[in-house]
Design a protein around this ligand. Sequence first.
Ligand SMILES: [Zn+2]
Length: 138
Amino acid sequence: MRIFIPPAWRTRVDRYRLKATRCKDCGRTGYPPSEVCRFCGSKNIETVELIDETAKLITWTIIYSAMDGFEERRPVVIGILETQEHKARIMAPLTDVLPEELQPGMEMEPVLRRISEEGESGLINYGIAYRPVLKKVE
Ligand SMILES: [Zn+2]
């Protein structure tokens, strides 16, 4: 019997930790990780994790037409964020926020969310989404 493991399962741990690569030559961090620095071409790189960093919202887009498996999450809001420490740019869905509440520069944090469900197979895909950092009540 051949056991088929979808690629999403094999790479899920890396995706859930938000692994990225930081270049030891130019100092910039790229996400997703790559074997060569996408900014200067150096191979002198190290792996870093971005999961514990908050990020600043740079811009976003709102998708009203649902893709298969995303119907219940309409509209889908996709943001571009920059992490606070490594200054890595990440494109990710935004969650727990209404589109009209979004502000450039707002501080957001990564959370694990159900992203989609694959029809009759019932396979549920999880992924990282960003939500606003909840302000502590003084
Ligand atoms: Zn570099």
